[in-house]
Design a protein around this ligand. Structure first.
Ligand code: URA
Length: 188
């Protein structure tokens, strides 16, 4: 039932043409992945080059990191549902690089994520990074101050976590993220 509704939703997402300014070279979209029935959603930022190429979220370096963190929580991808805040790929330098989505893109995609969350009705959303946290209503929050602990945002229980790509730029976050994922079991 959820699978069917998600399929229909993603068919509509594929036909969506975003009218925000900003480069989206070969934008494409990526389907969510995992188990829609489990009630635990991992929410990322937006697909990157590798995700568009392979048609699944978190399959590049951030995804390799994420798989390692999930193992610390004793989880696999089939124990969660993984999706993104923005459904197509924000690019720069003629598609050579990924970029952070703009406010316009996040707002424009909000209806898709709202519908997706309505279908999934999760008991818990793990917000991977700032974009996901702010999109869920945590505008006043900073990941650095609230990571790893549940918050109630607009009626949804949200656990903010550092984005798994954060360690690529800030190695010192590695033990912090590892500890948050190790502790995640107690909230599941
Ligand atoms: N980063 C994200 O936030 N989402 C992806 O799907 C891949 C990398």
């Amino acid at each position: 039932m959820k699978q069917h509704s998600l399929q229909h939703l993603y068919e509509r997402i594929r036909r969506c043409s975003c009218d925000c300014p900003g480069e989206r070279q070969g934008a494409g979209t990526v389907r969510d992945t995992g188990n829609p029935e489990v009630g635990v959603v991992l929410l990322g930022e937006a697909p990157g080059r590798e995700e568009i190429k392979r048609g699944a979220p978190f399959v590049g370096q951030a995804g390799i990191n994420l798989d390692g963190y999930l193992r610390l929580a004793d989880l696999t991808r089939s124990d969660v549902l993984i999706t993104n805040t923005v459904k197509c790929r924000p690019t720069k330098n003629d598609g050579r690089a990924n970029r952070r989505p703009t406010g316009c893109e996040i707002r424009s995609c909000a209806r898709w994520l709202d519908e997706e969350l309505q279908i999934l009705a999760p008991r818990l959303v793990i917000a991977l990074g700032d974009v996901a946290l702010k999109r869920l209503g945590g505008q006043a929050k900073r990941i650095g101050e609230c990571h790893g602990e549940p918050l109630m945002l607009n009626g949804i229980t949200v656990i903010p976590m550092y984005h798994p790509a954060a360690v690529i730029y800030r190695r010192q976050l590695e033990p912090v993220i590892a500890a948050d994922f190790t502790n995640l079991q107690k909230w599941l």
